[in-house]
Structures are given as C-alpha cells and as structure tokens.
Design a protein around this ligand. Structure first.
Ligand code: GAR
Length: 199
C-alpha cells in the first residue's frame, strides 16, 4: 500500500538538463514523487532557473562555508525530503546527509562505472578519457550514493556506442539523450520499490 507521495530533492551544479527531464516527468505523472527542493553547489548554476520558474524552493550549498553540511540537512528536513537525486552535482554529498538518507540518494554518472569514476571525473573530463582510451562504448550509470565518489551500488546501466569521429561534445550529447530518458524511469522504479519495502 502506498503512503504519501515521495518528496524528492534534486542536486545540481550546472546546466540542469537532467533536472528539467525530472521536472517534466513529474509534471506528466511519470514520477511517483513531487520535486520539492533544488540544491545547487553554485549560486550561478544555470539550472536553478528551472526551479525558480516553477516556484520550487532552492538552497545553495557552499561546501567551504562553516556549518554548510548542517544547514543543508536542515533545509532537507524542513522540506520533508524523502529521496534525493544528484543530477550533475559535482561536490561530495556531506557524510551527515548520506547517513540521514540511507539508500535514499541516487547519482547519475555519464560512463559505465566502475570505469571512469571517482573524484574529478565528471562531464567532459569523462568523455575525453573514454575517447582517449580507444573504448568502443561508453554509457550511463545510476547508482546509490555512499560517502565516496561514484562507489555505491549500481542500480541501472545503459550502453552508448562510440561512433567514428566522436568528440567529447558529440558523445556528451548522445549520453544526455539517454540520461534524460533513463534517469526519470529508474528513479520512478527506485522510489516505488523503496516505498513498498519500507513500512
Ligand atoms: C550529466 O551528464 C551527468 O551524468 C554528469 O553531469 C552532467 C550534468 O548535466 N554527472 C557527472 O559527471 C557526475 N560525476 P546536466 O546539468 O545538463 O543535467
């Protein structure tokens, strides 16, 4: 039996195209959740506009400010957040947030983890490394978040072939297309299953 709708926070650092895909899925009834808070690691993250244009609350997480982790946790609690989706969030989620949301945080990574993950591996850096390696495929990974970068349990992956003449930009575009379809679908299943196993 389903309880109240899940309340999702989405964490971003940049353009926020995956946040937009999640907002669209929620608006179309394809997500068993409402998006209640958008957290950005930079006040000038362009993706914040997707939240402000819809009157969704925002919180700026400045990792270096004293008390930042506690303030983030307070903002999540005040918004009664039940689940968190990282969508291009380039900072480590503070340990006290991870500990308060056990198995309730997912991340999206633009490669087939465990390859091409870890600190400093994000966005075009990942695509450049994949192309330099001569690999014939890359992909998208969705995984649970623990206290380390890109190391939690993988819950979904989809392959994206490398094509002749690929650049980091062309590969990024095809990976984004997959992400925009895969991430909302995986989050919908993850929320549904996490809500049925919990009483
Ligand atoms: C996405 O491709 C996501 O997989 C990647 O950042 C991009 C954000 O795009 N995340 C990482 O590299 C995390 N290590 P967006 O801001 O347009 O959603």
């Amino acid at each position: 039996m389903n309880g109240p709708a899940a309340r999702l926070a989405v964490f971003i650092s940049g353009r926020g195209s995956n946040l937009n895909a999640l907002l669209n899925a929620a608006e179309q009834g394809d997500l068993p959740a409402t998006i209640e808070l958008v957290v950005a690691s930079r006040p000038d993250a362009p993706g914040l506009a997707y939240a402000t244009s819809r009157n969704i609350g925002t919180f700026i997480y400045n990792q270096t400010a004293p008390g930042a982790a506690s303030q983030l946790l307070t903002a999540l609690r005040q918004a009664h957040i039940s689940h968190i989706a990282l969508a291009g969030f380039l900072k480590l989620v503070p340990g006290e947030v991870v500990d308060n949301f056990p198995e309730r945080i997912v991340n999206l990574h633009p490669a087939l983890l465990p390859r091409y993950g870890g600190k400093g591996m994000y966005g075009h850096r990942v695509h450049r490394a994949v192309l330099a390696s001569g690999d014939t495929e890359s992909g998208v990974t969705v995984h649970l978040v623990d206290r380390k970068y890109d190391s939690g349990r993988i819950i979904a992956q989809e392959r994206v072939p490398i094509v002749s003449g690929d650049t980091p930009e062309s590969l990024a575009e095809r990976i984004h297309d997959v992400e925009h379809r895969l991430y909302p679908a995986v989050i919908a299943d993850w929320i549904s299953s996490s809500r049925t196993v919990r009483t």
